[in-house]
Write a protein that binds this ligand. Sequence first.
Ligand SMILES: [Ca+2]
Ligand SMILES: [Ca+2]
Ligand SMILES: [Ca+2]
Length: 155
Amino acid sequence: MILYIFLAVCFISNTAEGFCQDRWIQFGDSCYGLIEDDEGWAQAKYLCESRDTHLVTIESAAENDFVKSYARKQAVVTDVWIGASDIWAEGIFRWVGSDTNVTFTDWNAGEPNGISDDENCAELENSVDYLWNDDECTKQQHFMCETRFLSVVVG
Ligand SMILES: [Ca+2]
Ligand SMILES: [Ca+2]
Ligand SMILES: [Ca+2]
């Protein structure tokens, strides 16, 4: 019982702070890492997941603005994979992190156009200020991972 009260007091008297891993950037409840290795989409997805993260899911205009500003700031030299794909049903893009249909979108004009059979993976297209495009999943390029902004109680 005493321990219980002690823990309750600790919880009330301390503040919760969060952190992102080294060089990742926080926005809202998430941390974001732009990985400047060149990988195909499936390998990028795997690499994010192997770090307990997922390819970035962009679910609002505010998050999209953040993600684009991050890519601009990093001055990346390739297009950047994001976590949306229509490999399961042509034309229906889903987020792999949350397993939900894509609702908010920022496709470039005329996209997604699925011009080849393998144009099933979504990216931020460098040459058009990171508007979205569907591209061939085997293309090798940078990618962005997202994970929870971890809250820790500090004394
Ligand atoms: Ca997200
Ligand atoms: Ca497609
Ligand atoms: Ca396209």
